[in-house]
Write a protein that binds this ligand. Structure first.
Ligand SMILES: C[S@@+](CC[C@H](N)C(=O)[O-])C[C@H]1O[C@@H](n2cnc3c(N)ncnc32)[C@H](O)[C@@H]1O
Length: 256
C-alpha cells in the first residue's frame, strides 16, 4: 500500500494533467503484476520469446515502437534497447517506477510517450469515417518494427465502458477501434507483432466455466503463430473460488 502511494505520488508530476485520472489504474495493474508475478511468468516469457524471434528476422534495427508499453513486463526491453538505436514507448501512462527502473539500468535510448492509442477522439470527431489511430507511426523515421503489447483487449474494454456513458460514441465503437488497430498494423511498411489476449474464461475450482467472452468483439484477427493461456487473475485475486484465464495470441504481420 505504501509503495503504491509512493508510485502514485511520484508519477503525478510526470503525467499530463488530462491523463492524471488514469494513474490509479496503472498503479493497480503494477500492484497486481507484483502479486501475480508467479502466475504471469510463463505468459511474459512467451511474449519475450515471440518478440525476440521477430527481431532476429529483421535486416535493420534502427527504431522500434512498442504500443501499450505500460510496465515494460511483456517486452524484452533490455534486448530492444541493445538491438535498436531508438525505442519509442507509447502508453496512456508510464509510472515513475518504470521510468526510474529504465534510468537505473542505463537504458538511455528509450523514449517514453504518453498517448491514447485507441482512436476514440477521431471516431467521435468523424463517426462516419474509419479512424486511423496508428497513422502517426508513419512519421517516425527509420521504423523497423512495431510491437503491440497486450493492449488491444484493453482498448475494447475501455471503450466499451466509455460507450455506456458517452452519447457521442457511435454504435459498435469498440469493434471499430479494434479493427482500426489491426488495420493500422497491416498498413505499416515495416513488420509488426500483435500480442493480444483474445478471450477469457472465469473458472471455478471444479473446472466449471462460469463465464467466457470474446475480447475482440467478433473482429477476426490474422492467423496466429503461437497461442497460450495467461492466468490474469489467479485464485484469491478476484475471489478465493475462481480464477480468470485469458487466451493470448502472437500474430506477426508483414513479417518474413
Ligand atoms: C495489459 S497492460 C500491458 C502492459 C505492458 N505491455 C507491459 O509489458 O507491462 C495494457 C496496457 O495498455 C495501456 N492502455 C490501455 N488503453 C490504452 C489506450 N487507449 N492507449 C494507450 N495505452 C492504453 C494500459 O495503460 C496498460 O499499460
Amino acid at each position: 500500500m505504501i509503495l503504491e502511494a509512493l508510485n502514485f505520488a511520484a508519477t503525478y508530476p510526470l503525467t499530463p494533467r488530462r491523463r492524471r485520472h488514469e494513474i490509479s489504474s496503472s498503479v493497480s495493474l503494477w500492484a497486481r503484476s507484483r502479486r501475480a508475478a508467479r502466475h504471469w511468468r510463463t505468459h511474459e516469457e512467451a511474449c519475450h520469446q515471440e518478440v525476440s524471434a521477430i527481431v532476429a528476422t529483421l535486416p535493420n534495427t534502427r527504431a522500434v515502437a512498442v504500443l501499450g508499453s505500460g510496465l515494460l513486463r511483456d517486452v524484452p526491453i533490455s534486448l530492444l534497447s541493445k538491438e535498436f538505436d531508438r525505442v519509442y514507448l507509447f502508453d496512456l501512462q508510464h509510472l515513475a517506477s518504470v521510468r526510474i527502473w529504465a534510468r537505473l539500468n542505463r537504458l538511455a535510448n528509450l523514449e517514453f510517450q504518453t498517448r491514447d492509442l485507441s482512436g476514440v477522439e477521431q471516431l467521435k470527431a468523424k463517426p462516419e469515417a474509419e479512424p486511423r489511430p496508428l497513422a502517426f507511426l508513419t512519421e517516425i523515421p527509420k521504423l523497423d518494427l512495431v510491437v503491440s503489447a497486450n493492449l488491444l483487449s484493453q482498448i475494447g474494454v475501455g471503450i466499451g465502458r466509455m460507450a455506456a456513458t458517452d452519447a457521442k460514441l457511435p454504435p459498435q465503437a469498440p469493434e471499430r477501434l479494434i479493427a482500426a488497430h489491426v488495420d493500422g498494423l497491416q498498413r505499416l511498411s515495416c513488420p509488426s507483432l500483435l500480442l493480444t489476449d483474445q478471450s477469457y474464461e472465469v473458472i471455478d475450482k471444479t473446472g466449471k466455466v462460469l463465464e467466457r467472452d470474446d475480447l475482440m468483439k467478433g473482429v477476426r484477427l490474422p492467423p496466429a503463430r503461437a497461442e497460450w493461456s495467461w492466468t490474469v487473475a489467479p485464485y484469491g485475486e478476484l475471489s478465493p473460488d475462481y480464477q480468470a484465464v485469458h487466451r493470448v495470441a502472437s500474430i506477426p504481420i508483414n513479417a518474413s
